[in-house]
Ligand binder design. Sequence first.
Ligand code: SAM
Length: 261
Amino acid sequence: THFGFETVAEAEKEARVAGVFSNVATSYDTMNDFMSLGIHRLWKDYFVRSINPGSSSSSPPSSGWKMLDIAGGTGDIAFRLLDHCTNINNSPSSTITISDINPDMLAEGRKRSLSTSYAHSPRLSFLLANAEDLHTVPSNSIDLYTVAFGIRNFTNKDAALREAYRVLKPGGLFACLEFSGVTNPLLDAVYKRWSFGAIPLIGQLVAGDRASYQYLVESIEEFPKQEEFRNMIQTAGFVVPGKGWEDLTAGIAAIHKGIKP
Ligand code: SAM
């Protein structure tokens, strides 16, 4: 960290994560499709619909939403958010910054943006940053903070949640899509076999990289389950709507939300 207190273990985790995502950057979307049988697309679509970005709740409403997609990698969430603002909520002034710690993932997003209608658009910007330290983003400046399949890779998740809280405006929304705890024991057994058995193998065959995909599976297993993560969001200062999360596909993934009071 910028305080120089990073432990060797933390530095190792950061380096490991960096290596994984540099390795998988170009094959990332194909692999996502393989690993989730295409379901990640439906989850992402639903995630964005549930947020309803660009609706008239921004302040002032005419300026559109100022959005920040953290661990935005290849832009998968960001392009959907912009599309929703434009097509559903008639909010062509809403903007988004795609932020990621990994220059290779960010480059992949930039490349992909060129084949969307947001190529070179002033509505889209890129920021190379660690989610745990967003010092270039002013406090109270963001309407929507999203992080999809990213936070489980962060070394210090609480620090990232505190930064999310800091950069959001009062009334701003934190929304996270992440793998979570499967609620049905039978499905959980099938899922564990799939993830620990098939995913590293598919990684080896399709991307020529078993170790990176082994890491991805382990990081899913280690990430806090629904309630514990909800509590972490509350500890960072957010007010959570309802019970604080919504399960997708029996909890294989979950959406957590928090509002900055
Ligand atoms: N959001 C995209 C999606 O849903 O397809 C990409 C998710 S990808 C699995 C995880 C991303 O998290 C990678 O691009 C990785 O570089 C990024 N990442 C890992 N640690 C990070 C950190 N500390 N700060 C910001 N991004 C990080």
